[in-house]
Design a protein around this ligand. Structure first.
Ligand code: HAM
Length: 431
């Protein structure tokens, strides 16, 4: 590679990743605020775990047979020779943190976290994406499944999204799933020649994955495959009935999707995804389920768990398509224009900010015209002009930058209270 090409590459975010810049990030801030509010309503507290963990956590917790761990994980050796991985999903880390801190269950945590998967980038699929998600540990009651789903649906609805589908399934547990998997293996062996090459070779290792295969041949075979619903043990059957009843009681519509198996190995019982048909393809906005065996797999006491993760980029893509959740850029209320030596601007912005007024200013003795230009560009509602005349008379000239450019002179000492009142009466509420 030439030096020029190399330095150009250096200036680009790595393939499948994106910068989030001021302005565009206002929408993220609003989304995170909305999610945090819903999480608070349902009793969740924020959790933050490291970006990287011992690779064994994900291998053991999520499963080496899964694409996410087997094919897509960013693994590296640190300088101390430890095998580490960038977090390829959020649940295993939360369970690890729970086991380390040992809080008294039930434990309810929400997160907003970057996730790393070496996937082929395309719209809505990135190598670094970000998930908001929740996890509950220590409650096996099916009513909590309904609460988890309720929070997810409330969040998506709160963004203004419509027309999405909640796909629901149950994957059974250690009492009934082994027997079901045997039935499934036997069925797929009978149809092995009809399966795609990849899955014909995987019948014994992971027959559930075949149900999820998108190829025509596997889909056709899957239609006649035995259903988990017919193989549920009494406890799993009762649990699932109560989940469905709870969803009905809350008025949350769902579609029973017996082919929904999820891509991570830890799931038991309730599994779900929320998808949105965009016309030119389907987007999975949120996915999750129960993982009653995961804490034990990672070396802890038997503890039920359930949660979901939802891709922020995907959800915003869906919002764009539906023309919802358009957050206006946050602009300052005031912009100080100082045509003297800048000291007046220095002191005025400090006072206004301390008083809770979002304020910007120009620097470096620029002409009045050029300062007005930047004031306009900043989106500020008011320009506060301080020139020699204002300095002498102890006043500030305030010009309304929207509307008809109305202008009035206010005593310097009254600028803060003038603007404070405007933050209440300004319909745009731009501070
Ligand atoms: P997941 O289905 O692998 O589940 O991911 C959750 C969500 O993250 C997806 O529904 C999608 O919205 C988003 N997502 C996944 N991969 C990408 C990508 N490459 N680019 C953009 N967005 C993506 C989990 O990760 C589980 N930990 C969820 C969970 C929590 N289950 C129980 N608790």
């Amino acid at each position: 590679m030439s030096d020029d090409a190399a330095s150009l590459e250096l200036l680009r975010a790595p393939v499948g990743t994106h910068d989030l810049l001021p302005g565009a990030s206002d929408r993220w801030v609003a989304l995170l605020g909305l999610f945090a509010n819903h999480a608070h309503l349902y009793g969740y507290g924020l959790i933050q775990t490291p970006l990287f963990e011992d690779v064994r956590l994900f291998k053991r917790g999520v499963g080496t047979e899964t694409e996410v761990v087997g094919k897509e994980m960013y693994e590296f050796e640190d300088r101390g020779g430890r095998a580490m991985a960038l977090r390829p999903e959020g649940t295993a880390s939360v369970v690890r943190a729970f086991l380390q801190a040992r809080p008294t269950p039930p434990f309810r945590a929400w997160y907003a976290a970057p996730i790393f998967r070496y996937e082929r980038p395309q719209a809505g699929r990135y190598r670094q994406h970000h998930q908001v998600g929740i996890e509950v540990l220590g409650i096996s009651d099916p009513d909590v499944d309904v609460e988890v789903l309720g929070l997810g649906i409330d969040y998506l609805t709160g963004l203004g999204l419509q027309g999405f589908t909640l796909r629901l399934n149950t994957l059974g547990d250690s009492a009934c799933r082994p027997q079901y998997l045997e039935e499934l293996r036997a069925y797929f062996h009978d149809h092995a020649p009809e399966l795609c090459d990849e899955h014909a070779a995987k019948i014994d290792r992971n027959p559930l994955r075949i149900l999820d295969c998108k190829t025509e041949s596997c889909r056709a075979v899957s239609v006649g495959a035995p259903s988990m619903l017919d193989a549920l043990c009494v406890d799993c059957g009762t649990h699932f009935e109560r989940v469905k009843e709870g969803l009905d009681a809350r008025g949350i519509a769902y579609f029973l999707d017996q082919r929904l198996v999820r891509g991570l190995d830890y799931y038991t019982r309730t599994a779900f995804e929320v998808t949105l048909d965009l016309g030119d393809g389907e987007l999975t906005l949120l996915g999750g389920g129960r993982y009653d065996g995961l804490v034990e797999v990672l070396g802890g006491p038997s503890t039920p768990g359930i949660g979901f993760g939802s891709g922020i980029e995907r959800v915003l893509l869906a919002c764009d398509r539906q023309g919802v959740f358009a957050v206006p850029p946050r602009s300052p209320l005031a912009y100080v224009i100082d045509t003297t030596d800048g000291r007046a601007a220095r002191d005025l912005v400090a006072e206004l900010r301390a008083g809770g007024i979002a304020t910007e200013r120009a620097y470096g003795n620029r002409s009045m015209k050029s300062q007005f230009k930047t004031a306009d560009r900043s989106g500020a509602r008011f320009a506060l002009v301080v020139g020699e005349r204002e300095l002498e008379s102890g006043t500030v000239t305030i010009r309304d930058l929207r509307g008809d450019g109305e202008q009035l002179v206010v005593l310097r000492a009254e600028v803060l209270s003038f603007l404070s009142n405007r933050t209440i009466t300004t319909p745009e509420g731009s501070s």
